[in-house]
Design a protein around this ligand. Structure first.
Ligand code: ADP
Length: 160
């Protein structure tokens, strides 16, 4: 069974992420979307909220599981018996960071392959950060995030 892990902060999940999940799920038996607990980041949504939004946004994908982890990605992948990491690529600007991470992963565990999926044209400009910014200034984020995220973000930002 081919198990792939798609790690990220997903603060919050966007339509760009969901597009990658849909495509990655087609080429794997099980796709594990793993929310990373990054102690250096101050997220807008808690881990539980991010996991819940991911679950609610991916009910149409049968072979997907949403989980969370902290610590090293290679250890998480090993624990989940996966040797494929899926990452999305939007622009050249993503490349350098992803290239470095993929090489580091290779050094740590040469059995693990990092696979990149090119963004869908429609979402190439969508990032969790840009969505939060847009929402903060009252911009329209419809279609750029799953409906469940649109409601949640409006409530959360109104409180600030
Ligand atoms: P991280 O905090 O690890 O960078 P993110 O939650 O921002 O994680 O994103 C997780 C993954 O999804 C990354 O590989 C990122 O490049 C990819 N990604 C984010 N937005 C898009 C998009 N619009 N199209 C394709 N891939 C994307």
């Amino acid at each position: 069974m081919r198990i792939a892990v798609c790690p990220g902060s997903f603060d919050p999940v966007t339509s760009g992420h969901v597009d990658i999940f849909e495509r990655a799920a087609k080429i794997t038996d099980l796709l594990i979307v793993a929310v990373f607990h990054n102690p250096n980041k101050n997220p807008l949504f808690s881990m539980e909220e991010r996991v819940q939004m991911l679950r609610d946004s991916t009910t149409h994908i049968p072979n997907i599981e949403v989980d969370s982890f902290s610590g090293l990605l290679n250890e998480y992948a090993e624990r989940r018996q996966s040797n494929v990491i899926i990452r999305g690529l939007r622009a050249f600007s993503d490349f350098e960071y992803e290239f470095q991470r993929a090489l580091l992963m290779k050094k740590i565990n040469s059995e693990i392959e990092t696979v990149f999926m090119m963004t869908n044209n429609e979402y190439s400009f969508v990032s969790s950060t840009s969505i939060k910014e847009l929402a903060k200034f009252g911009g329209n984020i419809a279609g750029l995030v799953p409906a469940v995220v649109q409601d949640k973000i409006a409530n959360r930002i109104a409180k600030f």
